[in-house]
Design a protein around this ligand. Sequence first.
Ligand code: HEM
Length: 180
Amino acid sequence: MMDHAHGYGLISRLFHWVMALLIVWQATSAILHYLVDDTAITDFFFGYHFSNGVLILILAVLRGVWGLINLSRRPAHDGGLQRLAALGHVAMYALLIAVPVIAIIRAYGSTRDFSALGVQIFSGMDNEIEWMTNLGNQWHGFVGWILFALIAGHIVMAFVHTYAWKQPLIARMTKGDERI
Ligand code: HEM
C-alpha cells in the first residue's frame, strides 16, 4: 500500500495511472478544440472536458495529500538532475490544481450555469464578474498547454532513464519496485 525507497505502493500507482488516462482524454479534447472546433468528434471529447477537469482536480488534491503522507518513504531525489525532476513533479501537481481552478473561477464569474459530474455546482451570475472571466480567458488555455508540455517532458525522461541510461525508473510506477 505505502511507497518505499525502491518504488511506489498500490495507491500511488492507482492515482498515477488513472490520472494519466484522464489527462490523455483532457489533452485530446483540448487539441481537438484548438484544431477542429465545431465538429462531432470535438463535441464528443470536449463534452466531458468540464467533468473530467473537475475529476482531475479532485484526484490531484487527494494525490497531493497522499504524496505528503508518503514523502519520507519515497525514492530519494538527490543530486542535480534528480532535484530538477522533483521540481518538475511539484510543478505538475501545482498546475494540475491551478489549471482547473482558473477555469472554475471563470465559470463562477460567468452568466451561465455550471455543471460537472452530473451535478449543477453553481448557477450563472446576473452580471458577469469581469476579472474572473478575464483570468480564465487569458490564462486557462495557456497554462493548460504548459502543463501538457511538462507532462510530455516527464514521459520522455522516464523512457530516457529506463532505456538509454538503464535506470529502470518506469518499474517503480508499474511493478512498484525497480529491483524486480
Ligand atoms: C486539468 C484540467 C484541465 C486542463 C489540463 C485543461 C486544458 C485546456 C486547454 C489546453 C484548453 C485550450 C484549448 C484551445 O486552445 O482551444 C482548454 C480550453 C477550455 N477549457 Fe480546460 N482544462 C482543464 C479543466 C477545465 C475545467 C475544469 C473547465 C471548466 C470549468 C474547463 C473549461 C474550458 C473551456 C470553457 C475551454 C475553452 C476556452 C478556452 O480556451 O479557455 N477546463 N482547456
